[in-house]
Design a protein around this ligand. Structure first.
Ligand code: SF4
Length: 361
């Protein structure tokens, strides 16, 4: 264990990454980074992290921010529940702890959106607490180190044990960061750079020639597919948007109204029915706009979008949490899910081409 720790630390001193959240011991900044890094690459996270810290530099600022600002700062990172949980947790910390981030593991784990590896990452990096981590990079490194002959997801308690045993109790902050870097830059998912690895001599997968095959992957459930019809409803110079229900997936985000196409229904019939049910107004379809595909974590979706004309009725939040009529320029001020964002270029191109039609709808 001691040899593995020392060789990793030596490698980290020379090859470790200089990342913005590593230049601080502020638990808030480290927490934001840890949450952004869940499911997201470092290169993608850096500009988001910098924008976020400029806009919301501390727990009180995050707690006081409107939800729309929080979601807008997150827009494009996906998994929006992470941003909502950060927001909710900051409000809890302001209410219950005067805005201070706790140092106690149980108290950290009680906050929304913080699991064991995120808590270990924050507390080890901010306060040098000897707590292990087990993110996807670390799982892969450890699974290869011991040549695990099962998918890591089926051996989590063994991998947690191993991460705890390996952890350097004297320098937990540096050790955990080194382990993450080893997974991200050397022990990569495909074609690991074993020739540059400080653990090569001790790595069971390498010594058995299994470093390309391991870790084993768990069988993946196939993702269901949804076909959604979407209405871009125009009224004069305004476009109708609505905010998703708090209880729904992608809650709090804005979207163009629409819904699932029922059996025996055309996409055009669907948007007329959905807009009436969701918002209580009458519309008619003017023209097809675009069909776009998008993959979320648990399903894939096809959006079939139509330009529609407002006919009458008062827009109400019947099956959504809020409704607004906005100008095309204002659309960018609202956080939209990825699939809806793919419609923006089509919509702006259509408006540029049919400006007069739009004026008269
Ligand atoms: S030797 Fe290769 S497979 Fe083993 S830990 Fe190092 S990079 Fe990963």
């Amino acid at each position: 264990m001691q040899r593995l720790r020392q060789s990793l630390q030596r490698w980290y001193c020379q090859q470790g990454r200089d990342l913005p959240w590593r230049r601080t011991r502020d638990p808030y900044a480290i927490w934001v980074a840890e949450v952004m890094l869940q499911q997201t690459q470092v290169a993608t996270v850096i500009p988001y992290f910098q924008r976020w810290m400029e806009a919301l530099p501390g727990i009180p600022a995050l707690a006081a921010a409107p939800q729309q600002q929080v979601l807008k700062l997150w827009e494009g990172l996906g998994y929006y529940r992470r941003a909502l949980n950060l927001h909710k947790a900051a409000q809890i910390l302001v209410r219950e702890r005067n805005g201070e981030f706790p140092r106690d593991l149980e108290q950290v784990l009680a906050l929304p959106g913080i699991g064991r590896t995120t808590a270990g990452g924050i507390l080890s990096a901010a306060f040098d607490q000897p707590l292990p981590i087990l993110d996807s990079n670390v799982k892969r490194v450890l699974a290869r180190l011991v040549a695990l002959q099962q998918p890591p997801s089926q051996c989590l308690s063994l991998l947690w044990q191993l991460s705890q045993q390996l952890l350097d109790p004297v320098q937990p902050r540096a050790f955990n960061q080194a382990l993450m870097d080893l997974g991200a830059t050397v022990c990569r998912p495909k074609k690991p750079h074993c020739g540059r690895c400080p653990w090569q001599a001790d790595c069971s997968a390498y010594n058995r020639g299994q470093h390309q095959q391991l870790p084993m992957s768990a069988p993946r459930a196939s993702r269901p597919h949804k076909q959604i019809a979407v209405a871009i409803v125009l009224r004069g110079k305004e476009i109708l948007i609505d905010r998703r229900l708090e209880s729904s997936m992608l809650s709090g985000l804005w979207e163009f109204p629409g819904g699932k196409i029922e059996p025996g229904e055309t996409a055009a019939e669907c948007v007329v029915r959905e807009v009436k049910e969701e918002i209580g107004i009458d519309i008619e379809v003017v023209a097809p706009l675009a069909t776009v595909e998008h993959a979320y974590t648990h399903f894939t979706v096809t959006l079939i979008a139509f330009i529609c004309r407002y006919l009458g009725g008062e827009a109400q939040a019947l099956q959504c949490s809020e409704v607004r009529w906005v100008s095309p320029a204002e659309l960018s001020e609202f956080p939209f899910p990825g699939a809806n964002q793919k419609l923006f270029p089509h919509l702006h191109a259509w408006l540029a081409e049919h400006g007069n039609t739009f004026e008269h709808t």
